[in-house]
Design a protein around this ligand. Structure first.
Ligand SMILES: NC(=O)c1ccc[n+]([C@@H]2O[C@H](COP(=O)([O-])OP(=O)(O)OC[C@H]3O[C@@H](n4cnc5c(N)ncnc54)[C@H](O)[C@@H]3O)[C@@H](O)[C@H]2O)c1
Length: 272
């Protein structure tokens, strides 16, 4: 018996990295998954983003665990498309209980002159996109009247400024990741009477395709600042599974009175 038997979870950015790991972990606890991902490149992002094949692979991994997954290529910036995708997922899987607003982008190696564009992309994907995700899911959670759990993936950069990385995209990243804490606190108050819990999670560097080359490029660009990327606990990058394990607890009934919390999974990065 799993902690999430009979539940359905919506996960954005589900094609790979942490989103895929959350889909696998929640499926292991008995949840079915509605997964969306843009499956396309965003112009200001210099590393390759996920593909449709990546999203199909997540479906395979969820099914391998005996659960169902409805997967759709959707951009979280597109509110009407996201609403349709959630409705289609709920129609197929029957309900919705858990929302993981996880989709995100990073901006290492941004070309000169693109700061404004990258700042806007960061805020549109990681702040407006989170608003769109919650707005798409809420009518179902409220209609069911059985509570629910929403977790927004922020970052240590949602609790403190970056020690390295000064392009406009990185400013937008930190602004969006701090901004979702405000969204979370508003929703946590607003939704508490309906037993819908809302929390943010704040990972330190995670070993996913987003971060490939980031630490190295910082070390080359500014060795003094890059030293500040280290965590107090002896680990340079944590695994996606470390974040998924915290989320599997946070969305379960074991955390039924935990709401409005900013939960670091950061190997101590925020205390130094
Ligand atoms: N990797 C890290 O070090 C780290 C640290 C702290 C927080 N985070 C956050 O964790 C989350 C997951 O990132 P990850 O590390 O798994 O990186 P990743 O690049 O492997 O995964 C992010 C996923 O989001 C998808 N995505 C991006 N923009 C989208 C959009 N507009 N609509 C729909 N999908 C979109 C991508 O295609 C990709 O599949 C992000 O919000 C990121 O900011 C990452």
């Amino acid at each position: 018996m799993g902690k999430l038997d009979g539940k359905v979870a919506l996960i954005t950015g589900a094609a790979r990295g942490q989103g895929r790991s959350h889909a696998e972990r929640l499926a292991e606890e008995g949840a079915d998954i509605i997964g969306v991902d843009i499956c396309e490149q965003i112009d200001t992002v210099t590393y390759p983003m996920a593909t449709s094949e990546d999203l199909e692979e997540t479906v395979r991994l969820v099914e391998q665990r005996g659960r169902r997954m409805v997967a759709q290529a959707v951009d979280v910036r597109n509110a009407p498309a996201l609403k349709s995708a959630v409705a289609a997922g709920v129609a197929q899987l029957g309900r919705l209980d858990i929302v993981l607003a996880n989709a995100g982008i990073m901006f290492q190696g941004l070309s000169p002159g693109r700061d404004d564009e990258a700042f806007r992309d960061a805020v549109e994907v990681m702040l407006v996109g989170v608003w769109n995700t919650i707005q798409a899911a809420l009518p179902t959670l409220e209609r069911q009247g059985e509570g629910g759990s929403i977790v927004i993936t922020s970052s240590v950069n949602g609790l403190k400024g970056m020690v390295a990385g000064t392009n406009g995209g990185n400013f937008g990243y930190a602004a969006a990741k701090h901004g979702v804490v405000g969204l979370m606190r508003m929703y946590a108050n607003y939704l508490a009477p309906q037993s819908i819990r809302v929390n943010t999670i704040h990972p330190t560097g995670v070993d996913t395709p987003m971060l490939a080359g980031f630490a190295e490029s910082m070390a080359t660009a500014n060795p003094a600042l890059a030293g500040g990327l280290g965590n107090p606990l002896p680990v340079q990058l944590i695994e996606s599974r470390d974040v998924s394990n915290a989320i599997a607890w946070l969305v379960s009934d074991e955390a039924r009175y935990v709401t409005g919390v900013t939960l670091p999974v950061d190997a101590g990065a925020c205390v130094k």
